[in-house]
Structure formats: C-alpha cells, structure tokens
Write a protein that binds this ligand. Structure first.
Ligand SMILES: [Zn+2]
Length: 479
C-alpha cells in the first residue's frame, strides 16, 4: 500500500516515493520552536501532526531520520533577553527546557537531532551559504550593511506560496529601514549588528551581525540531511515567507530540488477564534494540565482532527477527549479479562459464525492513515471496532484467541497513537515484604531498623516515602 500526501508545492495529492533507491530511508525536516516564550497549544498541534507522520511512516516500515531545529536567535529572542536583562543563552535556555518538557508530556517522539541556530557549526554553514549566494548574484549587501536575497534573480520564487512577485510589490508595506533593498520582497540573510543587539553578534565577511531566520533552517537542514530531503513540515503560517525563502536559499546554493514533499498543518483556533493573549484564550500545555487534564488527553484532542483542517479547541472538546480515552481504557480492560479467561470455563460454546465477523482486526485504520494521514477516519474505524467487539463481549461471544488478536492489533496501532493509560508498575513481593517489616519497625519506634530497611528497599530500586496515608513505594528514577 502506497502512502499519499497533499504536497503544498503542487497543491495535489501525490504518491509518496522517498529518494532512497531502496525505498526505506526517509528524511524529515520540521521547523521547531523559536524559544522566546513557552510554546502554545497551537504550536504543539503542528508538532503532534509531525509526530503522527513519523510514527505512521515507521509503522509502514520506513526508517525515519528527523531533524527539528531550535531557533534561539532572532528579533524576539534578542528583545526578550534585553528586557529580562540576561544574556541571550540564559534567556532561551528556560524555553528550550519547557519545550522538551511539554513535548514529553504530549508523548511526542524526540527528533534524531535538535540543532540550535547559535551553534557555531551552523553559523559557519550559514555564512558559507550566504557567500555562495552572493557569488551567484542571488544576494547582495545593501547600504545598511545587511545582506539580502535578490528574489528577482530566482525565477521559482513564489511557487510554493502560489503567488507572483508583482502582487508582492503592490501590497508590500515599505518600512523605513527597507529603503535599502532593491525589491520590497528581498529578505535578510545576514542582519548587520546594531545597538539593540547588544553583545549578540558573530563575525562575518560582511561585518558583525547575525543570521536571518530563514537561512538558519536552510543551513541546518542541508548540513544534517543533505542537499535534498524527502519531507519538510511546518504550520501553514510558515509557507510564506519562511519556507519560500528556504527553497530559494537552498536551491540557490545547491542547484538541486530541495524538498520532495511539503506538508503543512492548519491553524488551531480556540472557541472559534484565533488564539491571542489579549483575548484570554491563549493556552500552554501547563495551562491545560492545571485544569486537571492529562498529557494524553490533550494529545488526543490535538491529534483527532485531520491536519489540513483547522482545529477548534474547546473545553467541551477536552471532555470528549477524556470520554473517548475512557472508552479505549475500558475496552482494553475487558479484552484483557477475556484474553485471560480459559475457554473451558465457558457455560455456552461460542457462536462461531458471529465470532468470525469480529475475529480479524481491521486494516482500515492503517489504510486511512496512508491516505494523507486521515486520522479522523482511522479513529472512526477504531471506535467502530470497539463498539462491535464490546457487543460481542456483552453476549459472551468472544474467545481468548480473538481477544488476544485485538490486543495485538491495539498494540500495533498504539505505536502510532500512543494514547494508552500508563499502568502503575507492580511492586515486587520482596519489596512489599521489606516495606511491611519497616512499618512494624516504625510502629516499635525502632528508627535504626527502619533506616536499614529503607536502604535495602532502595538497593532493590525502590523509594519508600512516609505520607499521612502510610508508606508509598515508587520506582527510583533510572540514573
Ligand atoms: Zn524553519
């Protein structure tokens, strides 16, 4: 079964063929966070879509190499650091940490690499690329000392966003500092240092300054994935100018087609409106957790709508997410009970005819995802299967083998969904016994013995805590 994706470049559904002649390896570049504030749930909608893409490709046997960049220098990060009166790296560090925390809460698979724009390796690569572009007359240094890309010299400019340059000329608003440019649409590759930048600067053949946002991605993508990559993702607001500029810069340097498939995720709305701090509808992951929701519930709420359809986030939707996951949890619990039950215990033999209908877990889930990641259809099949198998279990018409087959199917599709309730790890009997002895020792106020037992318990990899409800055992975190 071939996969099909809607390619923003062609505006068509295309069959997916990776560059790898063996057809196994797939390279993916996804634009990551700009670490000037905590990412909001709209950003995470896009990251969850990219996670779904990677996981489904892997389910279908592809070996994915994914790179997600961290933009840790741009106007917003510099302004934030200046206002907080801390060095840029210190300022961005907290938001990098927050990004990884939130991604983990939402069970987003880590990319293979998270290059940061301020890494000297990539700064060098950016400078090298800008030099090449100047040598090819695709870029120039203006009177303001900044270096700009000359869009008139790149005939394909505008192809991704599907608009022509004349349009850009008439609608562009000319800012004072843009009079230096040859064309209003020319974008900065290298921004000359000014006082506002403080000590944020790097040396270059064009004087001190810092890279433009677009060149950061071109440099990191080509440095880590080569001149040509299979899939490039981002939110729809990245299409122009960011991704358009990435194409111009990368192809301007390499002369090769930069990206085979451009996939873009639609916006997230909150209560039907664009998220904005001023509207009080701006949410981060911790904001949702603070309302008592779990990471997997938010993951489900952000995952369940097709990525090209705008998603309307509501609290009602969070309640629905909780209910849907509750149905899955309950279904799995029932299947496990049936799977464990011995057939001999049955009062009546199974109606084989009925059982055969529900015997084979469906392929439809995976085929729906092959079709441009149609997650809503895939989830539709999942819940249809849950209804049917529940009915069979209600009527005691499912045997252990069938229940096991469904559990195996769930295990497979859950590598894509990652929505299962995390079960508590069972405490080993040996640890429980030691904990009981410790409780006795404490009752006898034998603190020395209590401490010895605590050490024995921790030697077995468990931590014992004394709470008002008695002792609590938790596995020690792996070092
Ligand atoms: Zn980017």
């Amino acid at each position: 079964m071939t996969m099909r994706f809607f390619n923003t470049y062609s505006r068509k559904i295309e069959e997916f063929e990776p560059r790898d002649p063996a057809g196994h390896a797939v390279s993916i570049y996804t634009c990551g966070p700009t670490v000037y504030s905590r990412a909001h749930i709209g950003n995470f909608r896009a990251y969850i879509f990219e996670d779904l893409l990677q996981r489904h490709l892997e389910l279908r046997g592809y070996k994915v190499h994914r790179v997600t960049n961290i933009t840790d220098v741009d106007d917003k990060t510099i302004r934030g650091a200046r206002e907080a009166k801390v060095p840029l790296t210190k300022f961005t560090e907290q938001f990098k940490k927050a990004f990884f925390e939130d991604a983990e809460t939402l069970r987003i698979k880590r990319a293979d690499e998270f290059p940061a724009a301020t890494d000297q390796r990539y700064i060098d690569r950016m400078i090298e690329m800008i030099g090449e572009l100047i040598a090819r007359s695709l870029a120039y240094q203006a009177d303001d000392k900044s270096v700009y890309f000359r869009i008139n010299k790149f005939p394909n400019y505008g192809k991704l966003a599907h608009f022509d340059l004349a349009q850009l000329q008439s609608t562009g608003r000319v800012k004072h500092d843009e009079y230096d440019k040859e064309h209003i649409g020319d974008f900065a590759l290298w921004k000359a240092w000014d006082e506002e930048d403080g000590d944020v600067k790097w040396d270059s053949p064009w004087g001190p300054g810092r890279p433009g946002w677009h060149i950061e991605c071109s440099a990191m993508a080509t440095a880590l994935l080569g001149d040509q990559i299979d899939i490039h993702c981002g939110g729809v607001d990245n299409i122009f100018p960011h991704h358009e500029a990435e194409i111009a810069q990368s192809e301007g340097v390499t002369g090769k087609k930069f990206v085979r498939y451009w996939l873009h995720c639609a916006h997230l709305l909150v209560d039907g409106q664009k998220m904005a701090k001023s509207l009080g509808n701006f949410y981060t992951v911790p904001d949702i957790l603070a309302k008592g929701y779990a990471g997997r519930e938010l993951r489900y709420a952000l995952l369940r709508v097709h990525y090209r359809v705008p998603l309307n986030f509501t609290w009602e939707g969070m309640k629905e997410a909780r209910e849907s996951l509750g149905r899955i949890d309950e279904w799995l619990q029932r299947l496990r009970q049936v799977a464990e039950k011995e057939n001999v215990q049955r009062a009546t033999p199974i109606n084989r005819e009925h059982a055969s209908n529900i015997q084979r877990p469906t392929q439809q889930f995976e085929e729906a995802l092959d079709d441009d990641l149609n997650i809503s259809a895939a989830l539709g099949f999942l819940f249809e299967s849950i209804r049917e198998t529940n009915r069979a279990m209600d009527q005691d018409e499912m045997d252990a083998a069938t229940a096991n087959a469904w559990l195996d199917w769930w295990k497979r599709i859950n590598t894509v969904l990652d929505l299962e309730l995390e079960t508590e790890i069972a405490v080993p009997a040996e640890v429980t016994q030691l904990a009981e002895q410790r409780e006795n020792a404490r009752r006898q106020k034998n603190w020395k013995r209590s401490d010895q037992l605590r050490d024995q318990i921790s030697a077995l990899g468990w931590e014992v805590r004394d709470t008002k409800d008695g002792q609590k055992l938790t596995p020690l975190a792996a070092a």
